[in-house]
Structure formats: C-alpha cells, structure tokens
Design a binder for this molecule. Structure first.
Ligand SMILES: Cc1ncc(COP(=O)(O)O)c(C=O)c1O
Length: 456
C-alpha cells in the first residue's frame, strides 16, 4: 500500500452526500422516526447531527444508503462484522438454520459447537455462557464474580466502555471538573439518576498507570469481586494496555482472590486467541460479543470452570447466579457465528493485522504530510483517528476538548461525504473482504479530506 498518496483534488473524490440534502429520503425517514422513537433513535451511537443517513443494504465491505450512495464500510457495525456484509457462507448458515425454526425452549447442538470453538481458542475459556449482547455478557460476568467471591464491589477503568449495565457505565464520561486524582479517580454517573449505591460499589482505576491502579486495588481488595478491564479500550482512545500493566493486574487479583475479567467484546478482533493470547495474560473470565455472532445479536461469558460453576443448575437447588434469557444461544446466531468464526483462521487474522498495521502507518503519514494535527491508534484490524497531536496513553490524554471534538466530527463527516464510513468518534476497523485496493482508496480519500481541512 502506498504510504505517500498523491492527493487528488477533493472534487475528484466521489461525492456521497445526498443524504444531507433537503428532501432526501434519509431526511424524510428521520422526520417520521421522530414521531415514534425518542429523537428518531434506538441506539445513541448511530445518531449524528442533524440526522444520519439510513442504510439500505450491505455487500462485502460496501454499504449503500437509501439515497443509493455507496461507501467503504470502515465501521462494520461498530467492529462486529469482521467479514463485512452478507458473506455467502454466513448467509447460507443462518438461512439454513432459520428454515428449521428461529428459537426453541430447548437447547440446540449449535451452542455446543460455538462454545467448543471458543474454548479451543481462548486461553481463559473452559466453560461458556451465551447472552444476546456484550452488555448482558458484562452484566452476567460481574454478577457471576459477585456470586463466586461473595463480595459486592467491582473495579473498572476510567473512561472504559463496557455496554449499558449501570455498574459498567460508571466514570464512562468523567471530565476534568469531576474526575479527581489519578490515585483515586472519582466514581461519576453516566446516566442521570444512577443510584449513589451503584457509584459507591464501583472502584475506578486509571488505565495504564500500574502503581496507582495496583495501590487502589490493594486498598479495596477485601470488598472487590472483580477487576474488569478491556485490553484495547476503544473509549480510552484505542490505546492498547501495556503488557506489564496487565501482568500486574493479573498478579494482584490472583493474590487477593479477585476475579480478573477481560472485556474482549471488541478486542477478540486483535488475535486468533484474543488480546489475552496476543499479550500473553490469561484472565479468570472473558466477555465476548460482536464478531462471535456472525452479525447477529450475541454476547458470551467464557471462563475458568470453577468461576463459571456459579451458573451451573445441575448441582441441586438454584445456581449461585441464576441466568435466563429467552434468546440466549439461539440457533440462528450460533450457526452464523460458527460460520464466521471458522473462517477466521490464523491466516485470516495475520492478513487483517498486516492490513491494519499498514493502514495506521499510512493514515499517520497523511496527517504529517498535510501538516494537520492528528494521531492514529489501534491494534490488529482496529484503528482510531485523533484530531490531537500529543502523546496518547490513557483516558485523560485521549479525551478531546470541545474544539478537538468538533475537528474530528468535521473530518469524519467529510469522509462520509466522500465515500468512507467511520464512527464520529474516529473509530474504524477492517473486514476480510478488504484488500490493498480498498485501503489505497481510503488513504487517498483521507489525504484529500485533510487537504480540505488544511485549506479551511
Ligand atoms: C468493550 C465493549 N464491551 C461491551 C460492549 C457492549 O456490547 P453490546 O453493544 O453488544 O451490548 C461494547 C459495545 O460496543 C464494547 O465495545
């Protein structure tokens, strides 16, 4: 892939901005949606001001909106679609299973197959429990850790996103006005109305600051059921955890009988054995989601057999942590997930990792060559753009000021207007249908968009 793209005139880049025109189909759909959905919306993350384009279809690494504009999909439903859209093998597996019935009040063989695959790949997985989303997986993992240890509190990292369970949301949006010291970050509410009791039961730690984090865990150890950490946390700037940092968490949690949970809902993308395999640290439990469902709703907790035994109903009486769910392990998701995961061979991961490394370096070069402040973080097939020029190590250094945030939104919007879809937060990821040609196009568009930014 070229690292020094020749910048075409912005006018030469394909325009994909019909959704933003007055009278567009997306504008009409959003107007209708506002009458029946709060803010026209079912998912905070997919809103963009003043309204988003509506999707019509996806095919491989391309997504077409209802206006008929086609974009390179560098978001892949927030990292879930590692094989892009409508992969024939996944479509075949899901429709074949769907034709036999969508869900049953009985277990099906498919859940055993997918659980077996996960146990073979993830170092921490001896048993698996399926849910319908990553949020539920985190909720169940934390409840399981409380049941296993008999302790009430959990520890999580400042700024890290783990879905929409109250406890996991604490300090997701802390700001300089309320975040307190690095040695004892304040537990702040994300959602108005979060009970004080929830805040009191969450110990907030600073990401990648080993000494501060370990000291705080030691101070709270006797009350802590779990330490929850995402090894490549998107909302903490997609800056990977230092290996020594994770190693220190491993040691302190083991010493105090605290369940160490890796949230690999996104980071299972970074290695055949997850981030835990890539970094060589094995937690007690792992939460999963996104790629393991082949594009269908999914989540899972995988962990050591003794930790996972809290969900076991065969031991007489109710399990220590009862866990139901009408659609848990539904066979359509399981079949689609199995088809997708089987295609994710070590070679497929290696190829994606190579593309990801080249892309991050090319995008970084684009910032330098355009003379526009910016950095690119990430790992494996994940990347994140930052409209800042400072060292990025943790939540506090990656959190943008309002002006930096505006610049990033403008950049992403311009990409969107020129054939590339990313998140307004700067998150992007690759899919297996992508190759050098798509990434060259992406880098060229990025360079052109930076040129527009430089020119004001
Ligand atoms: C690290 C992490 N954990 C948990 C979740 C929640 O997963 P879901 O959106 O499937 O509920 C997400 C979602 O993006 C995530 O990034």
């Amino acid at each position: 892939m070229a690292t020094a793209p020749r910048v075409k005139s912005p006018r030469a880049q394909a325009r994909t901005a019909r959704w933003a025109e007055a009278g567009s189909k997306s504008a009409a759909l959003f107007a209708r949606a506002q009458g029946v959905l709060p803010g026209g919306n079912s998912r905070t993350t997919v809103y963009m001001a003043p309204y988003p384009p509506y999707a019509a279809a996806g095919d491989g690494c391309w997504i077409t909106d209802v206006e008929g504009d086609r974009r390179l999909d560098c978001l892949n439903n927030y990292t879930a679609l590692i094989h892009g859209h409508a992969h024939p093998s996944i479509v075949e597996a899901a429709t074949r299973r769907l034709a036999l019935g969508a869900s049953f009040p009985m277990p099906t063989p498919e859940e055993i197959e997918l659980a077996t695959l996960l146990c073979e790949r993830l170092p921490s997985a001896e048993r698996v429990r399926f849910t319908n989303s990553g949020s539920e997986a985190v909720m169940i993992a934390l409840k399981g850790a409380r049941a296993f240890t008999g302790r009430p509190k959990i520890a999580k990292f400042e700024g890290a996103y783990h879905g929409s369970y109250d406890y996991a949301e604490v300090s997701l949006s802390s700001s300089p006005e309320n975040w307190g010291s690095l040695s004892a970050p304040v537990s702040t509410a994300y959602s108005k109305g979060t009970p004080q009791a929830v805040l009191d039961d969450v110990v907030v730690l600073p990401f990648n600051y080993t000494e501060h984090a370990i000291a705080r865990i030691e101070r709270e150890a006797q009350h802590l059921a779990a330490v929850l950490v995402d090894p490549v946390p998107n909302r903490v700037g997609l800056v990977p955890a230092h290996r020594e940092f994770l190693q220190a968490l491993r040691e302190v949690t083991r010493a105090h009988g605290i369940v160490l949970i890796f949230d690999e809902v996104i980071s299972f993308r970074v290695g055949y054995q997850g981030a835990q395999g890539a970094l060589g640290i094995t937690p007690d439990a792992t939460t999963l989601g996104k790629i393991i469902g082949g594009g269908f709703p999914v989540g899972a907790v995988a962990g050591r057999a003794d930790v996972m035994s809290v969900f076991d109903p065969t031991r007489g009486g109710p399990p220590a942590a009862p866990h139901g769910g009408t659609f848990n392990a539904n066979p359509v998701t399981m079949a689609a997930g199995l088809a997708g995961m089987r295609m994710l061979t070590r070679e497929a991961y290696d190829r994606l990792d190579d593309l990801g490394a080249k892309l991050r370096s090319s995008l970084d070069d684009c910032f330098r060559q355009a003379g526009v402040s910016g950095r690119v973080t990430g790992m494996g097939s994940l990347f994140r753009l930052h409209a800042v020029d400072r060292e990025l190590t943790d939540y506090r250094s990656t959190r943008t000021t309002p002006a930096e945030g505006e610049r990033l939104v403008r950049l992403v919007r311009r990409l969107m207007e020129h054939g590339v879809l990313m998140s307004v937060t700067g998150l992007g990821c690759l899919s297996t249908p992508m190759g050098d040609a798509e990434l060259e196009g992406l880098v060229e568009t990025f360079a052109a968009v930076l040129e527009m930014e430089r020119a004001g």
